[in-house]
Design a protein around this ligand. Sequence first.
Ligand code: 3HC
Length: 307
Amino acid sequence: KRPAGAPDKELAKKVQQVGIIGAGLMASQFALLFARKLRVPVIITDLDQGRVDKGVAYIHGEIDKMHEKGRLSSDDANQVKALVTGTTDKSLFAQCDWVIEAVFEELSVKQQVFAEIEPIIAPDAILATNTSSLSVEQIGANLAHPERLVGFHFFNPVAVMPLLEVVKSPATGDEALATAMTLAKKLGKSAIITADRPGFVVNRLLAKVMGEAARALDEGTPLPVVEKSLAPIGIPMGPFELIDLVGWKVAAHVQDTMVNAFPDRFYSSPNMHAMSELEDPLVKNKIGKVEDLSKSAKKALTFGKTP
Ligand code: 3HC
């Protein structure tokens, strides 16, 4: 028997070609997942050829790593590489039956992306957004067919995080929901259906953790002390290593969304926004250690200055 709220699997559409709008780190990670798990053609696009090429190069690099680790045979590695194509020509999306966006977290940008793509794709193609915390209903507000938009929220690193949030907005139709759930399973993820509320479920909890970690620093608790605070409850990364993983801009944006939605319940740190202005503070420098975060942070920030 179908659990309450779960869609009828029979309604799921077959996905034979995937289109991905955005070729940043998150989009590239799930482009690879789609190609590897579904073995169907995947097209990625972005604003310019440079970004597209960077995304494809990242995907090829990750495939090579998997091959070196013995996770993909050389035939499989070549097959998966050949399935991923980068383009700036959106007309090629006409063949895609599942199109997902992972562009900048700004409502108007996401709306614009779908306004451009909807007239190109087939009338029964499904649209998905990887938004971390924006309203899926608002993202699809200007669509001719808002019922075909569903939230499909991945977690970083996409290859290893087992969860996927499938967001059902009041407009999401049964076919889109069923397709999303079936797809999640084929991608090897365990999917939960969440309501279209700010931060859905996961980021609602994470924003609390990240906001309070930032507040502790703003109040003068030293960074290494705050960073160790999640270890006793079995969370594998400290709050700032986690922010570094998801990206400071994304984290600050999620924080803003939550503060706007629930001003009395969430905290937005000015220092978190200052960090988000630095381009990838840890990742860029390939440092990856909390001690070094305090070094780079010290240059730009007041974080942790007061003992
Ligand atoms: N990309 C691809 N694979 C990665 C990776 C990455 N960035 N980071 C780690 N991995 C892989 C490794 O290659 C390794 O695979 P292998 O077993 O095939 O060699 C496997 O993950 C384990 O990696 P490590 O040996 O380095 O093991 P760790 O024990 O250090 O685990 C971790 C790394 C899995 C990232 C772990 O620290 C973790 O689970 N961290 C928490 C991550 C988390 O909470 N993510 C959610 C963030 S919220 C989000 O994304 C939502 C957004 O909207 C804000």
